[in-house]
Every structure is written in structure tokens, then in C-alpha cells.
Design a binder for this molecule. Structure first.
Ligand code: AVJ
Length: 326
């Protein structure tokens, strides 16, 4: 998304209003008392690769745990629901979606797949691959930033399953999380369901290890945001002049990732100006909220949803939850 929209700044005299939104968002984030940027800025090509690498790290349990729950649960869940359309929020490489699509195929109801993602290029690649793998499945990608809108095609076969996997919900502060779930709720019809992945509260050491891997992949992933800003905005961040820091906040129940300035420095961002960092000052790049059944229930309730079903792995590390209109 950043790539497309910011290149419009260079290519056209009159950029999209959306471009100004991004510039304004970065300017706001960097001028706040606690400097902060959205984790969506991690994900250029290299950022996506680094995240893929994170999902394979021994310390990073969420991805493989969620996959195991999907594997065990989808055949019976999908058979019960009779899902004819899968709508996936933030589809990415659609790797886990296959477990749901396979269950739909086994149930004989694999009619429509609607992957939603900000990256049009990524989406059309994924769509082409899935059309080949699932003949008979109509793949109808939708380009949208799910933190702002869903942009769904009309006339989808029902019932539909909305899927929001990976505990990406944890990246949103509660008001934004409720707004996002509220948009899903508003798009649901009777009989539709919402499947969400949620990383669970647990031992602090285990949580912190998942965001401080011994090989330093997460640190590189964190610093990659600075490379993205350099490339897309022409900023002059020195990624090596920032250290990775990730810790668990036991009161807010979330991991926070920061970049810590090594020494005092001033970074220039064209269109915004010089941004001063004091020695040790931090830029918050991500929150990753952790849940239990009660906190998911509260989030759902605020968005007009109720918990219809809840499954975890044997170690209680991760949950898949099914929401229904309340
Ligand atoms: C993609 C949001 C699920 O919060 O665990 C992984 C991103 N950040 N390591 C997470 C992430 C650092 C991840 N999510």
C-alpha cells in the first residue's frame, strides 16, 4: 500500500488524498511525546520475508500453534457451518487459508474465496495460484486496508466465514480493534460466522522470548520499518543507530516493540522535517495484545458479537474463536 501510494507522490503533480493521509500519519506519529508508527509499515517485500522467517523460529510459537488448531478443527467446524464463502482479512500468502478451503472442498461447499489485502500485487499472485489449486472455486480478491474499510463484493454465497487469523487483532489498540470487529459485524448476515486467532496470556518469559529471538530476526524485522521509511519517504534513518527492544506489559497485557535511539540524533523526513531523538528515546513500532476468553468476550460484546465456539491447543498458548452476531 505504501509503495503504490507514495510512488504517486513522485509520479503525479496531484497525489491521492490517501497519500497525504500516510504522510500525516507518519508526521503525527513522529511528533507525539511517545513516538509511534503503525506496524503496517513493517511489511514491504523484505519485511514480509522477515516475518515469514519469524514464523519458523523455535521461540515464535503462534503461527505453528494456530495452524495445528486449524488442522484439527476446520473439517468438523466447516461441515457444521456449511461455509460457502471464505472472506479472509489480511490474506497475506493465504497459507493457512488452505486449511479452511480444504475443509470447504471436503464438505462440497467451496464456492467463493475473497482474500482482502492492501497489496494488490500480492493479492493477484495469491489469487492466480489458488484458482489453479482449487478448480471450481471462484476467487474474488478485494483490495482494502482493513483498518479503514472492508470493501466487500456484493452477492456472495451464504453462509460466509470471515477469517482474521494470526492474532493480528493484537496489533490494534482496543478502540480500533472494536471498530474493526464492528465493521465485520456490520457485513455479516444471519448464519455467517467470524473466525479469529488470538494469542493467549501466559508466562512472561515465554512471551518475551517470542519477540526477542536468539538469532535476532525480530530485531531485523523491527529495524526494517526504518528501511521502509527511507525507501518510501526518502527519510535518512540509520537503522544501525537504533536497537531492538520488546517487553511484556503485564497491566495492559501486551507486548510492545520499540526502536531505541543509540545516542542523540536527528533524522530528516522530507515533507516533515528534522525529527530529534534523544539518547535512549524510543519509537514504538508495534503492540501485540494478548487475550483470554474473558477479554475476547468483552471485545466481541463491544462490537455486537458473541463467542459461539472457542478452541485452544493443549498448552493453552493460542486460541481460535468463532464469533456470531450477538
Ligand atoms: C503479525 C501481528 C501476529 O504480533 O506476533 C511478530 C507480528 N511482531 N514478531 C505478532 C510480529 C514481532 C505478529 N503479528
Amino acid at each position: 500500500m505504501i509503495k503504490t501510494k507514495l510512488s504517486q507522490v513522485r509520479a503525479h503533480a496531484r497525489p491521492e488524498p490517501a497519500t497525504y493521509r500516510i504522510l500525516r500519519e507518519v508526521a503525527d506519529g513522529l511528533s507525539a511525546p511517545q513516538k509511534e508508527l503503525s506496524p503496517k509499515y513493517f511489511y514491504d517485500h523484505r519485511g514480509s520475508e522477515l516475518f515469514e522467517e519469524i514464523t519458523r523460529l523455535p521461540e515464535y510459537y503462534p503461527t505453528r500453534t494456530e495452524r495445528a488448531i486449524l488442522d484439527a478443527w476446520m473439517p468438523s467446524l466447516i461441515a457444521r457451518l456449511g461455509t460457502r464463502t471464505l472472506i479472509e482479512l489480511g490474506a497475506g500468502s493465504a497459507e493457512k487459508s488452505r486449511l479452511i478451503l480444504d475443509a470447504m472442498r471436503a464438505a462440497g461447499t467451496a464456492e467463493r474465496y475473497v482474500p482482502i489485502d492492501v497489496s494488490a500485487a500480492f493479492l493477484s499472485l495469491t489469487a492466480a495460484r489458488l484458482r489453479r489449486e482449487y478448480p471450481g472455486l471462484k476467487v474474488e480478491p478485494a483490495v482494502a486496508d482493513i483498518s479503514e474499510e472492508l470493501n466487500l463484493p456484493r452477492g456472495l454465497p451464504r453462509p460466509a466465514l470471515f477469517a482474521f487469523l494470526g492474532s493480528t487483532i493484537g496489533n490494534f489498540y482496543p478502540p480500533a480493534a472494536i471498530r474493526l470487529l464492528g465493521r465485520v459485524r456490520a457485513a455479516m448476515e444471519p448464519g455467517d460466522r467470524f473466525l479469529m486467532g488470538a494469542d493467549l496470556r501466559k508466562d512472561v518469559a515465554r512471551l518475551e522470548a517470542a519477540y526477542n529471538d536468539s538469532r535476532g530476526v525480530t530485531a531485523e524485522f523491527n529495524r526494517n520499518m526504518l528501511r521502509v521509511l527511507n525507501h518510501e519517504l526518502g527519510a535518512d534513518f540509520d537503522p544501525e543507530a537504533f536497537e531492538h527492544r520488546a517487553f511484556y506489559d503485564t497491566v495492559a497485557h501486551r507486548i510492545e516493540m520499540h526502536l531505541v535511539s543509540v545516542g542523540a540524533q536527528t533524522v530528516n523526513v522530507p515533507g516533515i522535517g528534522g525529527i530529534a531523538f534523544a539518547d535512549g528515546e524510543t519509537l514504538r513500532t508495534e503492540i501485540s495484545a494478548k487475550y483470554d476468553r474473558e477479554s475476547v468476550g468483552a471485545l466481541f460484546e463491544a462490537a455486537g458479537l458473541r463467542i459461539d465456539a472457542w478452541r485452544t491447543d493443549p498448552e493453552n498458548l493460542f486460541a481460535l474463536v468463532v464469533g456470531a452476531p450477538a
